[in-house]
Structures are given as structure tokens and as C-alpha cells.
Design a protein around this ligand. Structure first.
Ligand SMILES: Cc1ncc(COP(=O)(O)O)c(C=O)c1O
Length: 386
């Protein structure tokens, strides 16, 4: 059952036949030991992606639930949280924190740019923050945070480093075993969801806790949530045939299949493939005359935000692409109508991107813009030669 449309939005991403086949298998009991065995293997593979020596939690829910699970288990009501924001999805932590009674402060940068390390350090000096949230790739602006630069600063001030990997995990390095300058200077937690670079359908919230994040949970008298409290899930994640809440059985099959695909490809190769696709698509489409929203050096391997040339109308352009079965997403907020977001992550193939480049070029032609399709395809291939 292949995808009939080329879904190049920044998630959900195209689901491969192998994953669909797993999803469509007969539903078994949520406590069946055969399901538990698959689930255990999927959890172990999840930890491998992040090289984690901590604990992985995979529960029914979306990325927003994973954000809530991250905060409610690490930061108590009344404690301070610093939110490093590169756009709409980073800002979501402000809403989650407010709902949980956490005192959150936000650091922002001009649209498409990164918050500077100096600004982060200055704010951390001002007061004791329990934790800092960093959105690895903000899906609204395509800005990629510089984890190498930020972990040492955050850890210098004793705060937990909480990484939102919803638009990055399984496509970019998020190594929780790595020491950034000092032994305990590590990424303390990564959260993500099933529907982006992991390549499974939407519906699973994934949170991986490192030792410091687990200690933070142990030190909390209680978590401010029943469903999200990892104390309620710990035994189940160790032995998934036990019951706390019904597992989304078919999604676990699909997630397991997606994890096996990642294992087969190898994380290093997968990260290199994403970096090449990202650079290739930007080279191809800027050649057509599209601008880039994201500042040079901050562009992500997982999605790109393109700005329209003068005179190209957003909705009719995207509708024309949709008529050709190519689906892209609009820009958000104040940039709505000014460009589009193209996801290039997950289990996508070279021929799909070459087709997308051709379809975008043809559509530009129909709207009266010149587009050199062979050169754009060549520009893509000059990066994507792996
Ligand atoms: C970076 C990031 N964080 C969090 C979320 C929220 O995830 P969900 O829509 O699955 O709740 C998204 C959604 O696109 C995202 O891109």
C-alpha cells in the first residue's frame, strides 16, 4: 500500500510499505507476551538512537504529550524554566509550563536566527533555572539549535538540558552518552514523536530520560499528572506485558518496524543522508529563485522554509502542487502566505526528491516563472551522491 501522494510536509512523513504492513497486522491483546517482546526490542532500539544509559518511555500520544511528560517529571510547580525559542514550537513549552504551574521565561532571536550563546549565559546568570528547553529544530522556522554550543553553558549553571527532538530525532545526532566538556555535561532528556524522521504514523510520544533527569523525578514529591508520571509507567516499560494503560498495539507494531529500518540503515548513515538531502533541496530550490527563511549556518537537515519570489501566491501555488500529488506546508504566523515549508526527513528516497524538484519547477512555469529543472535536479544530485 504505497503512499499515493508525496507527503513532503514537516511531519507526518511518508510511511513505507514495510511499516504499513506492520501497522495492519491483526491486533493482539495489549498484554500479550509476543507484543511485549516486540515492544521491548523497540524500546532498546529507541535507547540506541540516543545512546542512552537511562530509561525510554513510549506511550500513546503526540509530541505535545512528550513535552508535557518531560516537564512534569523534571520541574516542580513554582520552579524556573528557561525556554530557548526559535519559533512557534519552542514557544509551546511556555504553554505547557504555564499549565503545570512552572515559572517559564523565554529567550528569543530575530525570526530565522539563533539565540546567541551569550544571551543564554547572561539569562542563566540572572537566576536559578531548574531546566532549559532547547528545540533541536523548530519546525516553524527551520532553525537548528547548536547543541554543541548550548549544552556546556546550560550545564555550567547546573540546569537540566531538555531537548525537543520532535523534528530531529533519528535524523540528527542526539547522543545522550556524550560528554560536552565535562563528564556530567550531557543532554539530560530527549523527547520526540513517531511521525517525523522516525517514519511511523503519528500517535506515539517518546521520551528518553538520562540519569540527571531521572534523579530530578526521584526528587519530586509527585508529578503533576497521572498519565504522564513515569513512576506509573516504569514497570510497564521494563515488562510491557504489564498493564497501566492500554498500549496502542498496532502503532507499536509500526514503531517496531520503523526502529528496525533505522537500525538497518545505521544512524550515522541516516544522519548523513538527511544532511545531504537538506543541502540538496536548498540548492535546487534556491536555484529556482526561492529565498530561505533560515539564517545561513542554522539550516536543518530535516526541513527547509522557502520564501516565494515576488508575485507567487501561496495558496494557489500549494493547491497546484497538491493537484500533482505533492503536498507541502505553509509558513506559520506572521510569515503565513510568504512561503512554504518542505519536510525532507524520514524514509524518503532520492527519486521522490527528484520528482518533487520537477513538479515544483513545472508548477513555477505554469505560474509564469522561469525554472531550469535539469539544473535544479543536478544541484540536488551534487549533494545527494550517497
Ligand atoms: C519541534 C516540535 N515540537 C513539538 C511538536 C508538537 O508535536 P505534536 O504535533 O505531535 O503534538 C512539533 C509538531 O510539529 C514540533 O515540530
Amino acid at each position: 500500500m504505497p503512499n499515493k501522494e508525496l507527503l513532503l510536509i514537516p511531519g507526518p512523513t511518508p510511511v513505507t510499505d514495510e511499516v504499513y504492513a506492520a501497522l495492519g497486522r491483526e491486533t493482539m491483546s495489549h498484554t500479550d507476551t509476543r507484543l511485549a517482546a516486540l515492544f521491548k526490542e523497540a524500546l532498546a532500539l529507541t535507547k540506541d538512537i540516543f545512546r542512552s544509559d537511562g530509561e525510554a518511555y513510549v506511550v500513546a500520544g503526540s509530541g505535545t504529550l512528550a513535552m508535557e511528560m518531560a516537564l512534569t517529571n523534571t520541574v516542580a510547580p513554582g520552579e524556573k524554566l528557561l525556554v530557548i525559542s526559535h519559533g512557534y514550537f519552542s514557544d509551546r513549552f511556555m504553554g505547557v509550563a504555564a499549565a503545570l504551574g512552572i515559572r517559564a521565561e523565554r529567550l528569543t532571536a530575530p525570526l530565522g536566527e539563533r539565540v546567541t550563546p551569550e544571551a543564554v549565559e547572561a539569562r542563566l546568570q540572572e537566576g536559578r533555572f531548574k531546566a532549559v528547553t532547547v528545540t533541536h529544530v523548530d519546525t516553524s522556522t527551520g532553525v537548528m539549535a547548536d547543541v554543541d554550543e548550548l549544552v556546556p553553558i546550560v550545564k555550567k549553571y547546573g540546569a537540566l538540558f531538555l531537548l525537543d527532538g520532535v523534528c530531529a530525532a533519528a535524523a540528527m545526532e542526539e547522543d545522550m552518552s556524550r560528554s560536552y566538556g565535562a563528564p556530567d555535561h550531557r543532554i539530560d532528556l530527549v523527547l520526540t514523536a513517531s511521525q517525523k524522521a522516525i517514519g511511523a504514523p503519528p500517535g506515539l510520544a517518546i521520551v528518553v530520560f538520562g540519569p540527571a533527569a531521572l534523579q530530578a523525578r526521584a526528587a519530586l514529591p509527585k508529578a503533576g499528572s497521572y498519565y504522564c508520571d513515569i513512576a506509573n509507567w516504569r514497570d510497564i516499560m521494563r515488562e510491557p506485558s504489564k498493564y497501566f494503560a492500554t498500549h496502542p498495539v498496532n502503532l507499536i507494531y509500526a514503531y517496531h518496524a520503523a526502529m528496525k529500518i533505522i537500525e538497518r540503515e545505521g544512524l550515522e548513515a541516516r544522519c548523513a543522508r538527511h544532511a545531504a538531502i537538506g543541502a540538496g533541496m536548498r540548492a535546487a530550490l534556491t536555484g529556482y529563485g526561492f529565498g530561505l527563511l533560515t539564517a545561513p549556518g542554522s539550516e536543518a537537515p530535516t526541513l527547509s522554509c522557502f520564501i516565494y519570489p515576488e508575485g507567487l501566491e501561496d495558496l494557489s501555488f500549494r493547491e497546484a502542487l497538491k493537484a500533482k500529488k505533492l503536498i507541502v506546508a505553509g509558513l506559520l504566523g506572521e510569515l503565513s502566505g510568504k512561503g512554504f515549508r518542505l519536510g525532507h526527513m524520514g524514509n524518503t528516497r532520492e527519486d521522490e526528491f527528484l520528482l518533487a524538484i520537477s513538479l515544483i519547477g513545472e508548477t513555477l512555469g505554469e505560474f509564469g516563472f522561469s525554472a531550469d529543472i535539469p539544473s535544479a535536479r543536478q544541484a540536488f544530485l551534487s549533494f545527494y551522491n550517497i
